[in-house]
Design a protein. Structure first.
Length: 74
């Protein structure tokens, strides 16, 4: 079964697009990537505490599935 030309072209372009994102990080550049500013969430503990507070104060459990009475009680 022969593959169509648009399918081959599309798969070739997708492969090239995936390979463009690959990069080698040199050892002396890794220090820059390890900085706290480069983290997705620079303050994970503070974010978790805020999410817990928000969830316990809401009457309805939202996307974070926290449970509480709406009064702020834990």
């Amino acid at each position: 079964m022969a593959l169509s030309k648009p399918f081959i072209s599309l798969s070739f372009c997708l492969t090239l697009l995936c390979l463009v994102a690959c990069a080698t990080v040199q050892p002396w550049e890794r220090g820059n990537l390890a900085k706290p500013q480069m983290a997705l969430d620079p303050y994970p503990l503070q974010s978790a505490l805020r999410a817990h507070n928000y969830g316990s104060r809401e009457v309805a459990a939202g996307s974070n599935a926290a449970q509480g009475g709406g009064c702020g009680c834990y």
